[in-house]
Design a protein around this ligand. Structure first.
Ligand SMILES: NC(=O)c1ccc[n+]([C@@H]2O[C@H](COP(=O)([O-])OP(=O)(O)OC[C@H]3O[C@@H](n4cnc5c(N)ncnc54)[C@H](O)[C@@H]3O)[C@@H](O)[C@H]2O)c1
Length: 433
């Protein structure tokens, strides 16, 4: 199948979308493809995940079992056998790209997915990488994989990068978020845009895969830097005896030139703390400076220390010492209303408090309590179990917590998220970051 035939098929026919990696990104993408009326074949190396999905059980909060059932009824299939991907007209790669030891990018998953491509790619396929990574990855890892499969770029196979912008817990669905698409070549970009055009409402094409890779890193570095800025200002505002939340809300009334970011106990999740490091790592190889990235990381990773210092100050003010104090961490997830606690700064704050002799409990209505218990936390299931706690520290402001009741039941509350302010609650025993 030549370029024109593939373009026609992608634009007009019912084609098959293959997805490599069925996690937080890959599964919603598979659902989006199915909803768009495409056939879906999802491949994952985790056989238990494949079995659960085939059984109609979703492990991703934003994908309901009902939606999965609809996709299965429409013919979506899940497999642990990479050979099944030969049926796909377009293959989307959404494998992890974590940081490894020494906070250097761990490229092993992308390398493994590229090796899969090298074994299974066939003429007449588009292959698009979605995993967050450094600029140059698609060129360096997928172009050789295609050659290894004995195929010619832009003749047999087309290659692109398109970053995933999914925001767990956000009401916006994958198809509603504009998609950046950058081909390894212009021809590949055109083919990729045709494929994504069937699944999402708006495509924004950039001139290369590298530009698309860098776009994703700009977006998340922008967030990291601005969060760091407001975290630093929060510390300064406290020294000035000014309420940082009042200041940010006031600045946000400016109709141009200002976007509000709010302080907190640090940054968490698998994007904001990690993605800028891909850029910094590559920049080091190129001997290029990344001062904003380094400074933002420095400020954000030290926020848990600042939070602990403020908790100690609050306990002292009440004549108590942190050693032996019973402290409840409210919210372990890295952000509001989700159950994901990967890289959560809450864990850092609680570990530091425990390290200083506090007796630490946790309450999170969303994160799996059995797992928290396995991780060594004393789990407080409900706010009726708060006898004896000296202080509660709000680390993540889930909606499902009764904050008024919390402030009623513990003598002191330290609110790192400004939730009491947001809800218009003002008990005298609550201190805000
Ligand atoms: N989760 C998010 O909110 C988010 C948002 C934007 C971008 N991203 C990026 O998307 C990528 C995927 O992240 P995620 O959160 O979906 O990860 P995840 O850990 O939830 O899922 C990844 C899946 O890939 C599978 N896998 C690993 N190696 C594989 C291989 N060689 N072949 C097939 N399957 C394999 C795993 O078993 C797992 O099911 C990462 O690069 C991440 O940075 C994530």
């Amino acid at each position: 199948m030549d370029r024109d035939a593939l373009l026609r098929r992608l634009r007009e026919e019912r084609w098959t979308a293959g997805v490599i990696g069925l996690g937080y990104v890959g599964l919603p993408l598979a659902m989006t493809a199915s909803r768009a009326g495409l056939d879906v074949i999802g491949f994952d190396v985790a056989a238990d995940r494949v079995a659960a999905l085939t059984d109609g059980r979703s492990h991703v909060e934003d994908v309901e079992d009902d939606e999965l059932a609809t996709a299965l009824a429409a013919g979506a299939r899940f497999t642990a056998d990479e050979a099944d991907l030969a049926a796909a007209d377009a293959i989307f790669i959404a494998v992890p790209s974590p940081l490894g030891r020494n906070r250097q990018p761990d490229m092993s998953y992308i390398e493994a997915a590229a090796a899969t491509v090298g074994r299974i790619a066939r003429a007449g396929q588009l292959i698009a990488l979605e995993s967050t990574t450094y600029p140059g990855t698609t060129d360096e890892h997928l172009v050789p994989a295609v050659a290894q499969a004995g195929l010619t770029l832009d003749v047999d196979v087309f290659l692109a990068f398109s970053p995933e912008r999914i925001d767990p817990g956000n009401v916006l669905q994958t198809h509603e978020i504009p998609k950046i698409v950058g081909g390894v070549t212009d021809t590949s970009g055109e083919v990729a845009a045709a494929a994504y055009g069937r699944m999402v409402e708006r495509i924004h094409r950039v001139g290369s895969a590298r530009a698309a890779e860098l776009t994703k890193l700009l977006e998340n570095t922008y967030r990291s830097v601005n969060i760091a800025l407001v975290n630093e200002l929060a510390q300064l505002a406290h020294a000035f005896d000014v309420d940082i939340w009042e200041v940010v809300d006031a600045a946000a009334t400016k109709p141009f030139g200002f976007q509000p970011f709010y302080p907190g106990p640090g940054v968490g999740g698998h994007c904001i703390p990690l993605d800028p490091q891909f850029l910094a790592w590559r920049a080091r190889e190129l001997r290029a400076p990344t001062r904003f990235i380094d400074l933002a990381e420095d400020v954000n990773i030290h926020m848990p220390d600042y939070v602990v210092a403020r908790v100690v100050e609050q306990l002292n003010g009440d004549g108590r010492s942190v050693k032996g104090a019973k402290v409840l961490g409210v919210g372990v997830a890295y952000k509001r209303n989700i159950a994901d606690d990967r890289e959560s700064p809450s864990r850092d704050v609680l570990a530091r408090l425990a390290g200083r002799g506090a007796d630490v409990g946790v309450h999170d209505p969303l994160v799996d309590p059995d797992r928290l218990a396995r991780d060594g936390y004393t789990v407080v299931g409900g706010l009726d179990e708060l006898d004896g706690f000296d202080l509660a520290i709000v680390l993540t402001d889930h909606d499902a917590v009764d904050y008024a009741a919390l402030a009623d039941r513990v003598p002191l509350v330290f609110d790192t998220r400004g939730v009491y302010r947001r809800l218009g609650l003002g008990p005298a025993n609550v201190v805000t970051l």
